[in-house]
Design a protein around this ligand. Structure first.
Ligand SMILES: [Zn+2]
Length: 143
């Protein structure tokens, strides 16, 4: 069984057996729009399982602002050189969500990396749990 792999284009991914009803390869694929790649997609079942569990736990849609990024797109948008977006991570829009409740639910459903943005929550499944802020985002996360 394939657990994790990089696919050259989301449109080339065979979705037979896709079992994550609230998410699609398209929305998790690179958003460079053909500038650097053809919509690279990183397929990782454990990440998708955690994302569906998070969706179920909060009972509301999750809008993905950024999922996988090809190397050049990650550099273009100013992502860290070792960004988890080069494999799979999600920047979830905070519109319509309680940011603290969303982060707590993500911790319960298997995410370990948390980037606390003003308008988004970055989540990933890194080996060493980490939480960070972005320039100007601290105020929005103050309790
Ligand atoms: Zn790309």
């Amino acid at each position: 069984m394939i657990v994790r792999m990089l696919i050259a284009s989301f449109s080339a991914f065979d979705t037979a057996g896709w079992r994550w009803p609230h998410f699609s390869p398209r929305e998790l694929a690179c958003r460079c729009g053909g500038k650097f790649c053809k919509g690279e997609y990183w397929h990782e079942e454990a990440f998708l399982d955690a994302l569906e569990a998070l969706r179920a736990e909060i009972g509301a849609p999750l809008a993905i602002n950024s999922g996988h990024r090809c190397d050049l797109w990650n550099a273009w948008v100013g992502g860290a050189a070792n960004s988890m977006h080069k494999q799979v991570a999600a920047d979830v829009s905070l519109a319509g969500h309680d940011r603290h409740a969303l982060k707590a639910a993500a911790q319960r459903t298997g995410f370990t990396g948390f980037g606390l943005g003003t308008n988004f929550l970055h989540i990933d499944r890194r080996a060493v749990p980490t939480v960070w802020l972005y320039p100007g985002s601290a105020k929005s996360w103050r309790t």
